[in-house]
Write a protein that binds this ligand. Sequence first.
Ligand SMILES: [Zn+2]
Length: 199
Amino acid sequence: MSEVRFGPGGVPDWLEPMVRFCSRCGGQLAFGPIAGEERDRLACPSCGFVFYVNPRLVVTTLPITDQGQVMLIRRGIDPGRGLWAQPGGFLEIDETVRDAAIRETQEETGLRVEPGAIVGLYSRVQAAVVIVAFEARIVGGTPEVTRESLETRPFAPDAIPWPEIAFETSVRALRDWVARVRPDVPLPDPSTIRRPSGA
Ligand SMILES: [Zn+2]
């Protein structure tokens, strides 16, 4: 895992421009000790508002065909454009994790799925996200090219295109899935797989 750079706001460098001002009074936030808190935090010196910055949840699925293959999409957008990943996206404030899994899969692949067991839960500190991956049975729809995908196609557990997987967390989820459904299939060492920086 590449090292995460935390800036003067106590958050990753890329996040710092988005957390400069108090959302309650508009004052400039400052990072430092807060009475009663165990760690330094962003807070507003004007009104006392403490701005908690926490990772967001990304909900993904591994859609499984009747033949036991996993449907992956070739990403049409950055990060990871042109590489393969499972469908998924940010959990919205008004939906359950299960509903998000169904919605994101439909949006990105055209497939209707029934989420089943959780394959794994993966932190990616650099991007301030936590990724949940569900195994999901395909119950309808047809694979289609969408706004976010160039291609959707099935891969057997022993034919995962490891060097072309977009994200480290996708590699981890796919490894965990293959290990469960086909323990005989050799798995790659994630650290030996090259992928675009930051992904
Ligand atoms: Zn304020």
